[in-house]
Design a protein around this ligand. Structure first.
Ligand SMILES: [Zn+2]
Length: 74
């Protein structure tokens, strides 16, 4: 389901989360990529900062649907 073990580990640690942007209620989105993958940072209990990303930071695979949509338009 996920591209690599490193990403799964990061998700286990909840440093990376996969959710819809409108589901983020315990913090703020810090950028506006069309993605469902976010780096999460901040103190326990929040509020958190969420930074969207398109590519896996570990193996470089394209992850987000925004990227797939962009690819299809080419
Ligand atoms: Zn990966």
């Amino acid at each position: 389901m996920y591209c690599c073990d490193e990403l799964i580990k990061a998700m286990d640690l909840e440093m990376i989360v996969k959710k819809e942007p409108h589901q983020i209620r315990d913090g703020r989105l810090r950028n506006e990529l069309n993605t469902e993958y976010f780096l999460k940072s901040g103190q326990d209990g929040g509020p958190y900062n969420y930074l969207g990303f398109n590519y896996c930071p570990f193996c470089g695979k394209a992850l987000s649907r925004g990227l797939w949509a962009a690819e299809k338009k080419k």
